[in-house]
Design a protein around this ligand. Structure first.
Ligand code: UFG
Length: 343
């Protein structure tokens, strides 16, 4: 079976992808510096799948730390999740974002060239479509016009990868443009664990439901959308993870760089998500209409036909599944905390 290296494999999307790969029988190696994740994710992956992936606590940008992994294992593909991802923080610390995100991608690519690894799957983002395109977003649309350094790092790494694939005919690169991942593994054992106050909508709603925050701020209800609130394409993280398995399979027989959207193709408004969550949890989410958040766009959703055509993949889970699993994870985390405190 193939051996796959996951940089950033302990994080939210990486850990779910590790689970789906292990279920499919892949050998998984995780390289993660735990800067935004914790070591217990490994035990949780084991609890779900019955297999513990090999884990290296290393920084993906550090060649000396990364090289032994390439030396010691017959890696057939890399899925590169490692990177900083907080939009707001990237505005305050742009150099840190450019240095970290670009460096880690370049380091991994150089090691791949040295050790003859030819398949690279990249965690890109719908953010590369910028402000000017009108949804549904298709992969042929021009990218750029992005409003924050985090998004520009995704854009720049895409460009680097396209050039690398042009120069090396053997290289197979898949640029997976994620829309808005939410939800959690059905087990409730892994999920999204933001540090401090969540930036993203779903973890914020889940924390309001859990009583950690007293209300949700809805950022703007005067957008040109049916209920005035922002529209996004929310995709269950397990569907997203399975999209990576499909991309890995595809990369085996493909050369060049190919951008592919991973979304559901459906737009859901902030208030629709709030109401779906209320239905799934049975808990009322108090909210307040607040001013628009700087840099937000009114509407974003994917055209998913390319993913269907090339990967034979599409999202299967509903928004209700997403809400149920996000809430299940949030409750699980609260229960664990209670048990820990009572010990
Ligand atoms: N929102 C609120 N209140 C909150 C948080 C969010 O009303 O407390 C709204 C936002 O205004 C937006 C929607 O909920 O309309 C979704 O916001 P998120 O922060 O959850 O997600 P974004 O679409 O802003 O950003 C996400 C990822 C980025 C990525 C981008 C790509 O977090 O990493 O999608 O489109 F770049």
């Amino acid at each position: 079976m193939e051996t796959v290296l996951l940089t950033g494999g302990m994080g939210y999307i990486g850990s779910h992808t590790a689970v789906e790969l292990l279920k499919e029988g892949y050998e998984v190696i995780i390289a993660d510096d735990l800067s935004n994740s914790s070591a217990d994710v490994l035990d949780r992956i084991y609890a779900i799948t019955g297999t513990k992936p090999r884990f290296y606590q290393v920084n993906a940008a550090d060649k000396a730390q990364m090289e032994p992994i390439f030396k010691d294992y017959p890696i057939s593909a890399v899925i590169h999740f490692a990177g900083f991802k907080a939009v707001g923080e990237s505005v305050v610390k742009p150099l840190m974002y450019y240095r970290n995100n670009l460096d880690s991608a370049l380091t991994v690519l150089e090691l791949m060239a040295k050790y003859d690894v030819q398949r690279f799957i990249f965690s890109s983002s719908a953010t590369v479509y910028g402000e000017k395109n009108t949804p549904p977003m298709t992969e042929e649309m021009p990218t750029g016009g992005i409003t924050n350094p985090y998004g520009w790092t995704k854009y720049m790494i895409e460009e680097i990868l396209k050039d690398a694939a042009k120069a090396d005919q053997e290289l197979s690169v898949v640029l997976l443009r994620y829309f808005n991942p939410i939800g959690a593994d059905e087990s409730g054992l892994i999920g999204e664990k933001p540090n401090g106050i969540p930036n993203n909508l779903m973890p914020y709603i889940a924390q309001v439901a859990a009583g950690i925050r007293d209300h949700l701020n809805v950022f703007g209800n005067d957008y040109p959308t049916p209920d005035g609130t922002g529209i996004r394409d929310y995709i269950h993280v397990t569907d997203l993870a399975r999209g990576h398995v499909a991309a890995l399979r595809y990369s085996r027989t493909h050369a060049g760089a190919e951008a592919i959207n991973l979304g559901t193709g459906h737009g859901v408004s902030v208030l629709e998500l709030v109401h779906a969550f209320e239905k799934a949890s049975g808990i009322t989410i108090p909210y307040v209409i607040a001013p628009r958040r700087a840099g937000d766009i009114p509407e974003m959703y994917a055209d998913v036909s390319k993913a269907e055509r090339l990967l034979h993949w599409h999202a299967e889970k509903s928004i209700e599944d997403c809400c149920r699993d996000s809430w299940n994870f949030q409750k699980h985390a609260a229960d664990e905390l209670r048990v820990m405190r009572s010990k």
